[in-house]
Every structure is written in C-alpha cells, then in structure tokens.
Design a protein around this ligand. Structure first.
Ligand SMILES: NC(=O)c1ccc[n+]([C@@H]2O[C@H](COP(=O)([O-])OP(=O)(O)OC[C@H]3O[C@@H](n4cnc5c(N)ncnc54)[C@H](OP(=O)(O)O)[C@@H]3O)[C@@H](O)[C@H]2O)c1
Length: 338
C-alpha cells in the first residue's frame, strides 16, 4: 500500500490537543517555530492564552480553542476551528491526559472512570474529529500514548489500562485506514518518563508528589519524535531507550518484569516531596498554575535519547534491531569514551 505523502511542517496546519502544559505545549511551540499554523486546545484558558502569546511574540501563527476531550462536540469544534481559521488540517497531535497515582484498592470507580474518559475516550474523540479532515488531502494522526501502553506499572492501574486501551484502538484503526486506502498515517508515540507538569498535576494517594520510573527525559526528546511523525508516516515511535528496554523486557520475560515491578515499581514513584491526597489536581478540572512545558526535574533529566535519535534515521530503520543494537552499544561505550 502506498504510504501517505505528508507535507513539510512549515506548510502544515496542526492541532495540538492538550497544549496548555508539558509535551503538548512544547510541541505546539516547536511546530509554530518551524512555520506551521497551530490550533492549541485544552481546558485551561490561561495556559492556552499564554502559549498563543508566546508563539505570536516569536513571530508564529496560533489560535486557541478551549475544549474538554471527554466531550466529543467540543473536540469536533477544535477540528472545525483549524478549517475556519487556516483552511484545513494536516496533523492532529493528541497529547491530553491525566494521571492518578494510587493503589488500586484506594481508587474510586469515579476516579478510574475519569482517567479512562480523558485518556482513552478523549483520544477516540480526537481521532473521530480529525479523520474526516485528514483523509481529504492526506495527513498525520499522532496519538501520544506511553510505555505504560505495553507494560503495566504499579500504582497506575487506571492510567495503564487507558493506555493499553489506546494501543488496541490504534492497532485496529490502522487496519481500517489501510483497508480503505486512506492517505492518513496513524502513529502511536510511547514515551518513557518525561520532565513535565504531569506529576505536579496528578492526583496522588501515596503521600508524595509522584514521578514515574527513571530515567527522566526532557520534553524536547518527545517534540523531536512528534515532528518527525508529522512528516514521515511511521507506525509507532518509542521515545527514550528506557521505554524500549521496558517494552522489550515485557515481550521477552513478562514474569520477570512482574517481579521487578513488584520489587522496585512502588518506590520508583517516590520523589520524597510531601503531597497530601487532597492537594489540588487536574483530574476533573484544569489547574491554571502549571502553564509550562517542563517540571522541576531539570537537574536530573536527560536532554537526548540516542535510541530515539537512531529511530529517526531512515537508513538505520531499514535494518531490523539496528537502532536497538547501536543504542545499547552507545550506552555501554559512553562512559569509556569520556
Ligand atoms: N510526562 C511523562 O512522563 C509521560 C510519560 C508517558 C506518557 N506521557 C503522555 O504524554 C502526554 C502529555 O502529558 P504531559 O506529560 O505533557 O502532561 P501535562 O503537562 O499534564 O499535560 C497534559 C495536557 O492535557 C490537558 N488535559 C488534561 N485533561 C484534559 C481534558 N479533559 N481535556 C482537554 N485537555 C486535557 C492538560 O491541560 P488542561 O488541564 O488545561 O486541560 C495539559 O495540557 C499524555 O498523553 C501523557 O499520558 C507523559
């Protein structure tokens, strides 16, 4: 089947859903910097407004649409805004998500449902809104998932269930797109832990501000991957070598991974920074306090991922497992080269 031909980013109209903070915010800013026209959306009006101001001040073109992804009508409105404001839609990036860090036995049905509604149904609503526009002239549907889509992590039952659901949704959607010969690429981006306000905004029931298993990468590593997928039809992109290692470990030895998660997975969430269960969070309504791309892990976050860099090299991708082998070699040799 011929691959869809995607326009250069500078000629694209892009929607970023979940752009008020974190990966979505950094991605929208980079798209605009590279000349794309960008519609940014989320619930938090203040965050969107400040992002549009930043983009315009830097000479870019952007507009904002307030929307909650759990409401399909609001998501449809975002897609229509791209058409009325800029005349079409070339790439839809769906980043919106919430995180609940709690033992399953302390999770309420309402909390579990809400995570599924935002993280899974929200992505479904995004695809429903974007596909009719993308299939007209070709385009990219880019869903931000997680390494948690392939391997469950303790204290994140609802989050990992939502991301596993997203995996099944995208796999199936892709087959239908292919069968119909639609000129649309469907990409599943699965990051490792990224330095974003996700953790500050999360609902936590473990007494501390949570984080996910290390290492932590800077959002730019994700942004590079998303912009690559906007120009190159790619099935999935794992971002961060640690995410690849986790996913490979799950494929090869799931029981060993169960044991490792039970032994180390709980403590891996502990930042040591006290946060009570009734601290404000963004599960049901936005927190306007976190209008930034990065969180506070700047001191320890990795600015690059060799694995993800290699995955973006067409020559390396032609050889099975070459990116994985080169990344492992790079990781091992790095201390020796220094
Ligand atoms: N950071 C990580 O370690 C990590 C790792 C793996 C995967 N991811 C994935 O990366 C994506 C981006 O997350 P992030 O790390 O950048 O977190 P973030 O900074 O918390 O960003 C989440 C975005 O989603 C929006 N959002 C939340 N609920 C929404 C709703 N109901 N409707 C519309 N927008 C909503 C938030 O804005 P409002 O609150 O203003 O609506 C915010 O713009 C998510 O899909 C996340 O699962 C992140």
């Amino acid at each position: 089947m011929p691959q869809p031909v995607l326009k250069p980013v500078r000629e694209q109209v892009v929607v970023v859903m979940g752009a008020s903070s974190g990966i979505g915010r950094a991605t929208a800013a980079r798209f605009a910097e590279q000349g794309a026209k960008v519609v940014v959306a989320a619930r938090g009006e203040a965050g969107l407004r400040s992002l549009v101001e930043e983009i315009r001040a830097a000479g870019g073109d952007a507009c904002a649409e307030v929307a909650d992804v759990t409401d399909p009508a609001q998501v449809q409105r975002v897609a229509r805004r791209a058409v009325t404001e800029y005349g079409g839609l070339d790439t839809w990036v769906h980043a919106a998500a919430v995180l609940l860090v709690a033992p399953f036995e302390q999770t309420t049905p309402e909390e579990f449902q809400r995570v599924i509604d935002v993280n899974l149904m929200g992505q479904v609503h995004g695809a429903m809104a974007a596909l009719p526009h993308l299939k007209r002239q070709g385009g990219a549907l880019i869903h931000i998932s997680s390494m948690g889509a392939k391997r469950g992590v303790p204290l994140q039952t609802a989050y990992c269930a939502s991301k596993h659901g997203l995996d099944g949704f995208l796999e199936t959607l892709r087959t239908e797109v292919r069968r119909e010969d639609l000129p649309v690429s469907v990409t599943n981006v699965m990051p490792a832990t990224i330095n974003t306000p996700l953790f500050d905004q999360a609902r936590t029931k473990i007494g501390v501000k949570p984080v996910a298993p290390p290492p932590i990468y800077q959002p730019d590593v994700m942004v590079d991957a998303v912009l690559y997928a906007a120009e190159h039809p790619v099935r999935d992109l794992v971002v961060g070598g640690s995410a690849k290692a986790l996913i490979l470990g799950e494929k090869l030895a799931p029981r060993v991974m169960d044991a490792l998660m039970a032994r180390f997975g709980f403590e891996a969430h502990d930042t040591g920074e006290p946060k009570p269960a009734d601290a404000p969070d963004n599960l049901f309504a936005p927190l306007d306090a976190y209008n930034t791309a990065r969180d506070g892990f700047d001191g320890s976050a990795w600015p690059r991922s060799l694995y993800t860099f290699l995955r973006r090299q067409p020559l390396v991708n032609r050889i099975p497992l070459a990116a994985e082998a080169l990344a492992v070699a790079g990781f091992v040799l790095k201390p020796l080269i220094r």
